[in-house]
Design a protein around this ligand. Structure first.
Ligand code: ATP
Ligand code: PLP
Ligand code: MG
Ligand code: NA
Ligand code: MG
Length: 297
């Protein structure tokens, strides 16, 4: 498989460290994609540090960039990728971007990571939830919520694999053909659940991948997961299972390298703020060894 494309990626930028575009652009480039980043914020570092400084792009400034590209006929994209979005006005402008890009390429694939919160807590303004649910989900081609985000989008409380699959069904009915719940924490285990509805009104193909939990808190891994899922699912458009196995396998190799490099440098990975070892893991991104297998439901 060698399908590539041109990706417009609207995400955060940090000067130091790897979240948002900093964790998505390089891997997509390694997988052969042209990637055009729009930085929705430019911060010194990610918000998990004790402090940060920087600037936030507003909806009008996003639209200016789109108009600038349009003025030179530069709005042909195969993919749009979005991650953390901090305000309703910016999210509404993203919706206008989807419409504009689809008027130029009706086949545009919109990969949406509906970043709203984690572990029971919202970290975006609560007004964003209904905009995602009512306006964004219906136009997304692939959605990559975590457990909490899937609950917010469906109104379902997810406490079992069955609930996870049901949430995917509800999301398919609202729009996206591909749904990946990127992390589900169920009685001590970490799971990814994937669901591909190949034809409208047909039952989706569904699977899970069990992931061994590393006792460390990473940042940037959600953004990297979605980027890898975009990259691989475009190369295997009819096989979300293989795409997910490749994405998970790359990520786990990178996380193991991250932990072992921090240990070697004398840091305690359970208490330090870890930055993922993205650049050092480029072989694992280009040529992942599949070590984590999908199990069909
Ligand atoms: P979003 O960015 O949409 O909120 P998310 O909450 O799923 O997504 P993460 O919690 O970073 O993002 O998880 C994404 C992936 O990163 C998981 O599928 C898993 O493979 C990997 N991952 C993250 N943390 C760990 C960990 N401590 N141990 C093992 N894998 C992890
Ligand atoms: N974007 C910014 C600016 C952040 O500060 C963070 C986390 O602190 C993220 C994104 C989150 O990335 P992820 O969900 O991939 O861990
Ligand atoms: Mg998470
Ligand atoms: Na996610
Ligand atoms: Mg996240």
């Amino acid at each position: 498989p060698s399908e590539t494309g041109r990706v417009l990626s609207i995400q955060s930028h940090t000067v130091q460290g790897y979240v948002g575009n900093k964790s998505a652009v390089f891997p997509l480039q390694l997988l052969g994609y042209d990637v055009d980043p729009i930085n929705s914020v430019q911060f010194s570092n990610h918000t998990g540090y004790p402090s940060f400084k920087g600037q936030v792009l507003d909806g009008k400034q996003l639209w200016d960039l789109i108009e600038g590209l349009a003025g030179n006929d530069l709005l042909y994209y195969t993919h749009l990728l979005t991650g953390y979005i901090g305000s309703v006005s910016f999210l509404n402008t993203v919706l206008q971007v989807v419409e504009r890009l689809r008027s130029i390429n009706p086949g545009l694939i919109y990969v949406c990571d509906p970043v709203m919160g984690d572990e029971g807590k919202l970290y975006v303004p609560p007004e964003l939830v209904s905009v995602y649910r009512e306006k964004v989900v219906p136009v997304a081609s692939m959605l990559t919520p975590n457990q909490f985000e899937a609950e917010q989008l469906t109104g379902l409380k997810i406490t079992s694999e069955r609930d996870g699959l049901e949430a995917c069904n509800i999301l398919h009915a609202a729009g996206p053909k591909k749904v990946v719940i990127t992390s589900l924490h169920l009685n001590g285990t970490l799971l990814l659940i994937g669901s591909h509805q190949k034809e409208k009104d047909h039952p989706p193909e569904q699977f899970k991948i069990a992931i061994p939990k590393i006792p460390t808190y990473f940042t940037g891994t959600g953004d990297l997961t979605t980027a890898l899922l975009l990259g691989w699912s475009n190369k295997y458009p009819d096989n979300l299972e293989i795409a997910s196995e490749l994405a998970v396998s790359s990520l786990q190799a990178l996380l193991q390298r991250t932990v072992s490099d921090y240990l070697k440098a004398g840091f305690d990975p359970q208490t330090s703020s870890l930055e993922i070892r993205l650049i050092q893991s480029q072989d694992d991104i280009k040529n992942p060894q599949i070590k984590y297998k999908a199990e069909k439901f």
